[in-house]
Ligand binder design. Structure first.
Ligand SMILES: NC(=O)c1ccc[n+]([C@@H]2O[C@H](COP(=O)([O-])OP(=O)(O)OC[C@H]3O[C@@H](n4cnc5c(N)ncnc54)[C@H](O)[C@@H]3O)[C@@H](O)[C@H]2O)c1
Ligand SMILES: O=c1ccn([C@@H]2O[C@H](COP(=O)(O)OP(=O)(O)O[C@H]3O[C@H](CO)[C@@H](O)[C@H](O)[C@H]3O)[C@@H](O)[C@H]2O)c(=O)[nH]1
Length: 336
């Protein structure tokens, strides 16, 4: 059996990657400390509970399954929290990844696919953003991810690591029919917050800023369906078998939507108005961020197929509507 070790496999993007790996004939082995992930999200292979920063556990899991590659999703990823707890973020996201990479070297595993982010670009000079754009992150979370990219470049040069960094733009949507979707214990992302407001499970959604330099004054982002991200991971896994060195790819559609357009799309799906409040800007939010995905198309043969806005909102709506109530571990487990 072709095992792939999936760190963070009990989380949002990692669980969708496990689903895609299984469909492509691999056996995903999830390694997760369940800090923000869920047992119920691990449906396509075994779950090993442990921390990527624990060399002994990671080595034992690698010896047990002898995976042909590692997909590394495990991370802390709340931008605001990263500012107040930098030690925890660098420890988990940078030291933890270094431990994982050292364990891979000892086990003779050469292929590594990394969850990076467009937050490594910071405030871009212009959009769409190509991979060659200057990387100057403006928060601790983005810096932790860029540090890992730097480590990967050095490991590729010195040790022959086959490393691919996938820089996601805004992950969204769900595979609701297969019982998985976005279930962050502390939700900060726009689309789930708007949907939960529409379902009456939260108070009004806050619109962070209406004076941006965009057509309707609210921020524009590039929303990419999580199944499209998962598909890109399987393609990157296959490319990593053929090519050594470090490579990075943007994963986005290239088509931005504003906050107001997202709220309108949820209202259209819900058939009712979403309670909302206009508020001040959230610190650190650039006006617009969207990808130039040409390199991923050329090298991976990848393009977004499920990221039409109606499909993103429809699948996320189906997922949230299927939950019994607010997203807590217990309620979600009872509902799916
Ligand atoms: N969601 C997005 O929009 C987005 C955008 C860009 C990049 N990313 C990156 O994608 C990855 C997945 O994000 P997500 O939204 O699925 O987050 P998530 O919180 O749902 O998943 C992360 C998973 O990793 C686990 N984990 C964290 N630290 C761990 C550790 N030290 N050892 C073992 N397990 C650990 C958590 O329990 C969780 O299951 C992250 O690396 C994130 O930075 C996400
Ligand atoms: O209650 C809310 C939440 C968000 N927004 C706005 O909605 C947009 C999207 O915000 P959010 O869903 O929080 O995503 P981003 O801040 O764009 O960041 C996400 O996407 C990045 C990649 O783009 C990842 O690196 C981060 O982990 C992930 O949080 C931004 O303009 C926010 O200002 C609101 O107006 N109200």
């Amino acid at each position: 059996m072709r095992h792939v070790l999936v760190t963070g496999g009990a989380g949002y993007v990692g669980s969708h990657a496990c689903r895609a790996l299984a469909k492509a004939g691999y056996l995903p082995v999830a390694l997760d400390n369940l800090s923000t992930g869920h047992r119920w999200a691990v449906r396509w292979g075994p779950l090993e509970i442990g921390d990527v920063a624990d060399h002994k556990t990671v080595s034992a899991v690698m010896a047990k399954y002898r995976p042909l590659a590692v997909m590394h999703f495990a991370a802390l990823s709340l931008v605001g929290e990263s500012a107040s707890q930098p030690g925890r973020y660098y420890d988990n996201n940078v030291s933890g990844t270094l431990t994982l990479l050292q364990a891979m070297r000892s086990a003779g595993i050469e292929r590594f696919i990394f969850s990076s982010t467009c937050a490594t670009y910071g405030q871009p000079d212009s959009c769409p953003i190509a991979e060659t754009a200057r990387q100057q992150p403006i928060n601790t979370y983005g810096r932790s991810k860029l540090m890992v990219e730097t480590i990967l470049r050095d490991f590729a040069t010195a040790y022959g690591l086959h490393a691919i960094a996938l820089r996601y733009f805004n992950a969204a949507g769900a595979a609701a029919n297969d019982g998985i979707g976005e279930a962050h214990p502390c939700e900060t992302h726009l689309i789930p917050l708007v949907i939960e407001a529409a379902l009456g499970r939260r108070g009004p959604v806050q619109i962070f800023g209406t004076d941006y330099a965009t057509p309707d004054g609210t921020c524009q982002r590039d929303y990419i369906h999580v199944n499209d991200l998962a598909d890109a991971h399987v393609r990157a896994l296959e490319l990593s078998a053929q090519q050594s060195g470090f490579q990075a790819f943007n994963l986005g559609t290239g088509r931005p939507y504003s906050v107001r357009e997202i709220v309108a799309a949820v209202e259209a799906r819900a058939g009712r108005a979403v309670p909302q409040q206009l508020g001040p800007r959230r610190p650190g939010d650039p006006d617009a961020l969207f990808a130039d995905p040409a390199r991923a198309r050329a090298a991976l043969g990848w393009q977004a197929r499920e990221s039409d806005l109606d499909n993103i909102i429809g699948s996320a709506w189906a997922w949230h509507a299927s939950l019994a109530g607010a997203v807590s571990e217990r309620e979600v487990r009872l509902a799916v």
